[in-house]
Structures are given as C-alpha cells and as structure tokens.
Write a protein that binds this ligand. Structure first.
Ligand code: NAP
Ligand code: ZN
Length: 350
C-alpha cells in the first residue's frame, strides 16, 4: 500500500500551485521515510516548471532542498534511525556500481542518476520532490544534518550550498586566493559565506549595489556592480577564481577578462540559450572556462559538516504553502533575500 502525502503541486507551466496529495511508495528494505520540515526554493525548480529547459512531467512536486526528520526505516537501513535530522538534495538514486558512483560522483552515474523530481526512478515510478510533508529515499542518498544546523536553514545547503562548495574546493578557494562570486541570490550568497570561511578574499559582483551591506556581512571584502560598466576594466586580471551563478546571458569575455592568468571562470548558473565567447579570452592568459554540477554524496556530507564547523548557514525567508507562486516571482526578479524556504507543516489540501 502506498501512502498519500500532502504536497504542493503544479499541473502545467501556466497553472498556479495547488495543495493536494502525492503518492509515496512503500518502504523498501534500504529506504528511509523522512517527515519533511522545510523545503528550499531553488531557481532550478522555476526553470523546470516553467519549461525553460525543456518539457516537464506534470503534475509535478518540485523541491530538491529537503530537510526533515527520519520517521521510519527499512529493515536493512544501517546509517539512520528514527528521529535523526536528515536532508535530501538533487538526487535520489544511482546505479551504485559504475566508476563514478564508486568514487562518490553519483551525479555522473553512467546509468543516469535519478533526479529528485521531473525524473523517473529505475522502476519507472515518477520521482516527486520536497514541497511535501514526506519523502521516501534510499539511505544512500540521505545526508546527515549536523546538530549545529537547524532544519530551517539546512534545507538550502542541499543544493545551493553544495553547488558552490564543490567548485570553490576544487579550484582552490583559500587563504591568499582572490575569489569573485557573480550574482548574489540563493547560490551566490552561499558562495560568499563558504569562500570566506575557506579563507579566500571574496568579492561580490552583482547587478547593483543594493545588497552591498549584506554581502559584506556574509564575508565579502569588496562588492561591485555591473551596472557601472567600469568594473570590468578596474578588475581586469584580478581573480584566481570566479564562480558565476547567473542564468541570464552574460558577456563571458568581460568576465574572463577579470580572471588572472592560469585562473578559472566556473559557470554554475544554467542559461536557457547557448553562450558565446572569444577563444582569445582563454588563450591570452591560459585561462580555464568550465562548469560545475552540484556534488556527489560524500562531498555533500563534507559540506554540511564544514558549514556546521564554521558556523555558516543560508539566510532564509520562511514562507507558507500558499506563498510559493509569489516567491517564484520574487526569485525571478532578483528580489530574494536570500533563499525562500517552505514550512511544509502549512500544506493543507482541502
Ligand atoms: P537566484 O536566487 O535567482 O540567483 C541568481 C542571481 O543572479 C540573482 O540573485 C541575481 O543576483 C543574478 N541575476 C539574475 N538575473 C540577472 C541578469 N539578467 N543579469 C545578471 N545577473 C542576474 O538563483 P539560484 O537559485 O541561485 O540559481 C542560480 C542558477 O544556478 C540557476 O540557473 C539555477 O538553475 C542554477 N543551478 C545550478 C546548479 C548546478 O549544479 N550547476 C545547481 C543549482 C542551481 P544579483 O541581484 O546579485 O545581480
Ligand atoms: Zn537546486
């Protein structure tokens, strides 16, 4: 017998969200049932349901920043017990056997990892995400939330946190390194906090100066706005690493110009359309232009522990189930401060 669980659903790209029920499978031996407390709103949820990246499987329950409490475990579960604080991010399954899975890069599973929503499980069941009061996930994809991090602020770490932690670590953010974070929204503000905690010298590059005070409070030592076009000239060859969280079309050559020779520009924002750049912008400085995709399970746990140890957490605005449409509009208008988190206890289907 499956379980019907209160959830926030969308029936088409144009339809508003509605509160209803979503079906959850029976607990398998390796499964964990999680009573979800909070679910973050990632811009990827918006791209997906508005079909900006391609067709979406409707009706959908989005949400891949999930924090809650274990309420039941399958007979073979060893990592978790009832009452544990746990999280789930963008993935809920992978083959577990290919080289990538074995090395903890489950996001690049050769069989294709199963996304938390808008995806099919290996048995054909449609995966439904975290804007819901419960989810069932194999224990391999469940993360432990350290006691120092409350569930309300833990949720956004499961996507925004890991998406910035991975490239900052890989490309060496740390003492003596100059790092710029482009776009200070959900991902970007976590990038500022994490890069500062790693010991880097952090600059925010935003569209305007309106969030300067917050950026400096998050740990940035400099804050610049692109509306003043002189920034590209002034900061030429300045950064060892730039991580760009923007999903709009940007003049990549100008951003590459701000990277120091041998440095890297890492794209994590996901624009709808192809982007252009001059190869000269790379060659005149042996620069790297690359991307970064969330992170596998081991590095996600490492990131959660890092945030607990360094006392950093997302800055959130908690909303109720009937405020999701309005929250989406605010995210799209760059008016989010800095991540919306849904209190799932407010979901009340009629
Ligand atoms: P968000 O909260 O909307 O933040 C994006 C920020 O980009 C905005 O706050 C804004 O910052 C800036 N921005 C928006 N429109 C812009 C424009 N036209 N020109 C220049 N800057 C603009 O979104 P998010 O949740 O952080 O997600 C950001 C992107 O990352 C999305 O495309 C999302 O799908 C993607 N993503 C990727 C991964 C991955 O694995 N690579 C994981 C999660 C999300 P300012 O106001 O400071 O300018
Ligand atoms: Zn996300």
């Amino acid at each position: 017998m499956t379980t019907q669980v209160p959830a926030i659903l969308k029936d088409s790209a144009d339809a508003p969200f509605r509160q209803g029920l979503v079906e959850r499978r029976d607990l398998r031996p390796d499964d964990v049932r999680i009573d979800i407390a909070y679910a973050g709103i990632c811009h990827s949820d918006i791209h997906t349901v508005r079909e900006e990246w391609g067709p979406c499987i409707f009706p959908i329950v989005t949400g891949h920043e999930i924090a809650g409490v274990v309420s039941e475990i399958g007979s073979e579960v060893t990592k978790f017990k009832v009452g544990d604080h746990v999280g789930v991010g963008c993935l809920v399954d992978s083959c577990g056997e290919c080289d990538y899975c074995v090395k903890g890069s489950e996001n690049f599973c050769e069989k294709g990892a199963v996304g938390t929503y808008n995806s099919k499980n290996y048995d054909g069941e449609i995966a439904q995400g975290g804007y819901s009061q419960q989810i069932i996930v194999t224990e391999r994809f469940v993360l432990r939330i350290p006691d120092a991090i409350s569930l309300e602020v833990a949720a956004p770490l499961l996507c925004a946190g890991i998406t910035l932690y991975t490239p900052l670590k890989r490309w060496g953010a740390g003492p003596g390194k100059k790092v710029a974070i482009v776009g200070m929204g959900g991902l970007g503000h976590m990038g500022v906090k994490i890069a500062a905690a790693m010991g880097a010298d952090v600059t925010v590059i935003s569209q305007t100066m309106s969030k300067e005070e917050d950026g400096r409070a998050f740990g940035a030592v400099d804050y610049r706005a692109t509306e003043d076009g002189s920034v590209f000239k002034e900061l030429r060859n300045s950064f060892d690493l730039i991580v760009c969280t923007v999903s709009a079309d940007l003049p990549l050559d100008k951003y590459l110009g701000m990277v120091k020779p041998f440095g890297a520009l890492v794209l994590v924002g996901l624009p709808e359309k192809p982007q252009n750049f001059q190869v000269f912008s790379l060659i005149m400085g042996d620069k790297v232009l690359t991307g970064s995709n969330i992170g596998g399970i081991p590095i996600t746990q490492e990131m959660l522990d890092f945030c607990a140890e360094h006392d950093i957490a997302p800055t959130v605005e908690t909303i109720s189930a009937d405020e999701v449409d309005a929250a989406y509009d605010r995210v799209v208008a760059s008016k989010v401060r800095y991540r919306f988190v849904i209190d799932t206890s407010t979901i009340a289907p009629e």
